[in-house]
Design a protein around this ligand. Structure first.
Ligand SMILES: Cc1cc2nc3c(=O)[nH]c(=O)nc-3n(C[C@H](O)[C@H](O)[C@H](O)COP(=O)(O)OP(=O)(O)OC[C@H]3O[C@@H](n4cnc5c(N)ncnc54)[C@H](O)[C@@H]3O)c2cc1C
Length: 439
């Protein structure tokens, strides 16, 4: 068990105890930095493998940028964000700032400029071909693990296995969507194509002007906040030490190895450290002088009580890039991708833009009973593929981040492969495209 007394509420209490001269050091087996989708999934699989785990979370577990997301589990998402044509499309969107699904900060910060240049250079067919195998393998492993975990742990989290339906207003966009879906199908992604009449029959909430839809029938969805609360509770009951309100502030390196992780609640020593701090990862790792090119991409969501015509499955508004997800007695709309700083203030203008988009595609006539508006940060790499790797510089450090718009969907697979790295087992698939040194 935990050898120190510097965690959770105790740690807050101790920080005002002036009598102690020197902070105690806590010793553990595996230390996970970040307690949201990636950190909690890593904890779950490490605990199942018989390891002892301590989680350091600067706020509360199960939140981060993970709780208010669209809740989509999308093994169909095998094409990395950095793909041909995306820069031109993004620029066109920005000409209409009120309705644009995309935005970017203006900054001369060299790290940001370097990220933008690397991203633009990655928007190639070659990058798509490199990205498909790891995204596909990790997506399928995760989807399988979700099914197993939800069943074994009896998680009641509004899990629906009906696929994700992409719908289009514009005939050309529908045609382009079909070409992309057929290409994905050649990589094993199951798809079903619906014409105008069939798509409305499938989901009566869809407006007449929608020209058609594509169902990614292997996809599913759930309520991410509920899922993560249940997962957090489960890892606690399996023996994880969870240190909330405990921010990592630096590292102590001795002979090329991380000797201790410094936090607002004293030092922690561990055999292995898993860095899963999402969009904050580069800031957390600053002390280690590692190049982790993760840029935050802010997005927004609004969550409301169930409406009259609840959709039976998640729907994605093709041209407007907005997701509509039923979550039991709640409905959530999510959208927008803004290359941003680490600020998570909700901008009401963008929430209004998301709601407008929904009303352009779906019969949503009533006034909405909005329960929450939210903003979160997608941790995004320049090539659109996550980083899941042991550091070549620090032998006791594993980095698990950069999941961008897939950090929920790829969580259980990431937890499993991180555990394989820690336990030195053969990996479930080739991890070389996910290594940190590719940048
Ligand atoms: C609008 C929107 C919709 C999305 N929809 C989906 C979806 O449908 N499906 C999907 O798969 N993904 C979706 N995503 C993406 C997904 O939410 C992210 O990829 C995911 O949250 C990343 O998880 P993470 O654990 O890496 O990071 P986070 O969730 O951000 O967690 C990182 C944690 O690290 C903690 N931390 C940071 N710094 C420190 C420190 N110094 N010390 C200690 N702790 C620290 C943070 O407090 C946080 O809890 C969406 C994102 C957005 C914004």
């Amino acid at each position: 068990m935990h050898q120190g007394y510097f965690h959770g509420e105790i740690c807050l209490h101790d920080s005002i105890t002036w009598k102690r001269e020197k902070p105690m050091t806590t010793k553990t087996d595996i230390l996970i930095i970040g307690g949201a989708s990636i950190g909690l999934n890593c904890a779950y699989y490490l605990l199942k493998a018989g390891r002892k785990v301590t989680i350091l979370e600067q706020k509360q577990i199960g939140m981060g940028s993970s709780s208010g997301n669209a809740g989509q589990i999308v093994p169909s998402h095998i094409i990395p964000l950095a793909a041909p044509g995306i820069v031109g499309t993004a620029m066109k969107w920005m000409l209409n700032p009120n309705n644009s699904p995309f935005g970017m900060k203006i900054s001369l910060d060299p790290t940001y400029i370097s990220w933008l240049i690397k991203f633009a250079a990655s928007c190639s067919d070659a990058n798509v071909q490199r990205g498909i195998p790891p995204l596909s393998a990790l997506g399928q492993l995760s989807a399988k693990n979700f099914v197993e975990m939800i069943k074994t742990e009896k998680f009641e989290c509004a899990y629906i296995e009906k696929g994700a339906l992409f719908i289009y207003k514009d005939a050309q966009a529908f045609a382009d969507g079909k070409v992309e879906a057929k290409m994905m199908n050649t990589h094993g992604v199951p798809i079903e194509i619906f014409d105008q009449a069939a798509v409305r029959k499938l989901e009566p909430i869809i407006l007449d002007e929608i020209v058609g839809g594509i169902l990614m029938s292997g996809d599913s969805n759930l309520n991410p906040a509920v899922f993560l609360q249940l997962l957090g509770k489960r890892v606690r009951s399996m023996g994880a030490e969870i240190c909330e309100n405990t921010a990592v502030t630096g590292f102590d390196v001795v002979d090329g190895k991380i000797r201790a992780v410094k936090t607002s609640a004293g030092d922690f020593e561990a055999n292995e450290i898993v860095l899963a701090a999402g969009a904050w990862t580069p800031v957390v790792a600053r002390d280690l002088r590692l190049n982790i090119p993760v840029q935050s991409a802010r997005g927004y969501s609004m969550t409301m009580s169930a409406i009259k015509n609840m959709p039976g499955q998640s729907i994605f508004l093709g041209e407007r890039r907005v997701a509509v997800t039923p979550m039991g007695d709640l409905l959530r709309f999510t959208g927008r991708l803004e290359l941003s700083n680490l600020d998570t203030t909700v901008n009401p203008k963008h929430i209004a833009g998301i709601e407008r988009a929904v009303r352009e595609y779906l019969h949503v006539d009533e006034k909405l009973d909005v329960k929450e508006t939210w903003s979160g940060l997608r941790p995004t790499t320049p090539d659109g593929v996550p980083i899941i790797a042991r550091s070549s510089r620090y032998p006791n450090l594993i980095v698990a981040t950069g999941h961008a718009m897939l950090g929920l969907a790829l969580g259980p697979g990431t937890g499993q492969v991180v555990t394989e790295l820690v336990t030195k087992k053969k990996s479930s698939f080739d991890l070389s495209p996910l290594r940190l040194e590719r940048f």
